[in-house]
Write a protein that binds this ligand. Structure first.
Ligand SMILES: NC(=O)c1ccc[n+]([C@@H]2O[C@H](COP(=O)([O-])OP(=O)(O)OC[C@H]3O[C@@H](n4cnc5c(N)ncnc54)[C@H](OP(=O)(O)O)[C@@H]3O)[C@@H](O)[C@H]2O)c1
Length: 304
């Protein structure tokens, strides 16, 4: 397969492009963060520039497109709403239109944050209620993709893993602070069901192979609050777990609205796969095993 991964310098895009490159010919688009690798072809492209998307499609001629490009930082979205709208809503719609014309298959990435987190345990049938500008633009991106191309997959995800900057995911934040002996807070009232990014990438490939289409929750079969997630990670890595103080998000001072119970049900996907999605024990074990094998340094070493 010829696969185009947009956002290939990001947490999900980079790990996805690397996983895919083990079996496929991969093109990865990056914007500000150039990367060096022989695993896939890197294309620099600011996808908000007129004509950039046409050139990218022309150059990569993809059969599968995995759209990981986004303005995915909540506070950056609040600070720059026009850019958030362009990247999270308009770009996915354009991509869905292109892909529909060319006959390729598209996975567009969305987020658990489209829900307000009031009651949790959300299925694809539940009505979203986004609280932040990030989540609102992601929700309109989802709708635009499926309206333009009903054959596309929209995957609502949450994830952790090793990133180019070494600080993109919550799990890295725990590792960086605990290894430095810093006292930190872990939220006991914010829940999520994150997948290890490499597990997520492989689920996306399976969904493409199965020719699924429409909206799917692609999350771990097991959920946790962020404090417990940190404690489990600390135990696995042999860090001092008492460095993590249990705390409430209401005391955090974070500027963009956070949703408390973002637990999603992946039952629709699990039924299609005939197997559960990986649980947290599996995800954290995979994250630790990557650490032991020098994967974080390998990833960071790709930075130009
Ligand atoms: N991380 C999470 O926990 C999480 C949770 C739920 C959903 N998601 C969703 O998963 C997807 C991937 O997230 P992520 O965490 O991997 O994001 P990320 O690490 O912030 O990466 C974003 C990617 O988008 C690229 N990008 C930004 N502006 C661009 C532009 N103008 N033109 C072209 N590319 C541009 C970035 O390129 P440069 O860095 O090179 O500029 C980067 O490769 C997003 O759709 C996000 O909403 C993520």
């Amino acid at each position: 397969m010829r696969i185009l991964v947009t956002g290939a310098s990001g947490l999900l895009g980079l790990n996805t492009a690397l996983e895919a490159s083990q079996q496929h010919e991969v093109f990865g688009s990056v914007n500000k963060n150039e990367i060096k690798t022989t695993a896939f072809t890197v294309i620099q492209s600011d996808l908000t520039e007129p004509g950039a998307l046409d050139r990218l499609i022309e150059e990569s001629q993809p059969e599968w497109v995995i759209n990981c490009a986004a303005l995915a930082n909540l506070d950056d979205c609040e600070a720059n709403p026009a850019l958030a709208e362009k990247l999270n809503s308009e770009l996915p719609e354009k991509l869905a239109n292109y892909v529909a014309k060319g006959g390729a298959r598209l996975v567009h990435l969305s987020t658990d944050a489209v829900f307000d987190g009031e009651h949790g345990n959300y299925s694809e049938e539940d009505e979203p209620n986004p609280l932040s500008l990030y989540a609102r633009t992601k929700l309109s991106g989802e709708k635009a993709v499926l309206a333009a191309n009903p054959e596309a997959i929209v995957a609502r995800v949450n994830l952790f893993g090793w990133s180019l900057s070494g600080k993109r995911s919550l799990a890295e934040w725990f590792v960086n602070n605990l290894s430095a002996g810093n006292n930190i807070k872990g939220f006991t009232d914010v829940y999520f069901c994150p997948l290890l990014v490499t597990h997520l990438a492989n689920l996306l490939f399976k969904m493409l192979e199965l020719e699924l289409h429409g909206l799917y929750h692609v999350v771990s079969s097991e959920c946790s609050n962020k404090y417990d997630f940190g404690v489990r990670l600390a135990r696995l890595f042999g860090f001092e777990e008492s460095l993590i103080e249990p705390a409430s998000v209401s005391q955090s001072g974070l500027s963009a609205a956070r949703s408390p119970k973002l637990t999603l049900k992946a039952d629709k996907l699990i039924q299609e796969l005939g197997a559960p999605t990986p649980g947290l024990a599996e995800g954290l074990a995979g994250f630790f095993s990557q650490y032991e094998n020098g994967y974080p340094e390998f990833i960071k070493g790709m930075k130009v």
